[in-house]
Write a protein that binds this ligand. Structure first.
Ligand SMILES: [Zn+2]
Length: 166
């Protein structure tokens, strides 16, 4: 119940329509289409111009119950080569992984997967207390993250929406 209220509140504050919210959810949980993965891998030298069959890729998704093998999220799934050899398409070398875990596994990705979420929620919480939009430093401290980074424009957007309601 609490989670529903939280979602409803965020949708109202950010003026997200129910249809857009449903579309976004459907988008996030749409599994990677095996034919597209197969086509991409077959085209690229990184993947040795080869790929598993679409049936095998689909079987992998079913086996993972359409969830990330690492964190169980259903969000933005893809296939990952466990041993980092992108040409080794043996099924035991493939795992289903979500966007956040995939990023965390990549070189770039020491980044906190919940970074944007924590900052946005912190901004909304602080605003609810004061009915005044907090400073970026206040948001960062409340969220407990090191830096705002790529969330700057998300926070500016939230500020615009919330200021309408102050
Ligand atoms: Zn994950």
């Amino acid at each position: 119940m609490y989670i529903v209220l939280k979602l409803k509140e965020i949708m109202e504050l950010l003026e997200v329509s129910e249809t857009d919210a449903i579309k976004a959810v459907l988008n996030l949980v749409s599994p990677p289409p095996p034919p597209a993965t197969r086509q991409n891998w077959s085209r690229q030298s990184t993947f040795g111009h080869s790929a598993p069959t679409t049936q095998d890729l689909w079987a992998k998704l079913v086996e993972s119950n359409f969830r990330c093998d690492k964190c169980q999220s259903q969000m933005r799934l893809s296939f990952n080569h466990i041993n980092s050899d992108a040409t080794d398409h043996r099924l035991e070398n493939l795992e289903v992984i979500c966007f956040a875990c995939n990023r965390a596994a990549s070189v770039k990705g020491t980044k906190d997967a919940d970074h944007h979420y924590k900052l946005a929620m912190a901004a909304i919480e602080l605003w609810k207390k004061e009915h005044n939009y907090p400073t970026l430093n206040q948001i960062r401290d409340k969220a407990g993250v090191d830096q705002i980074g790529g969330a700057t424009y998300l926070l500016k957007f939230i500020e615009t929406r919330l200021n309408d309601k102050s």
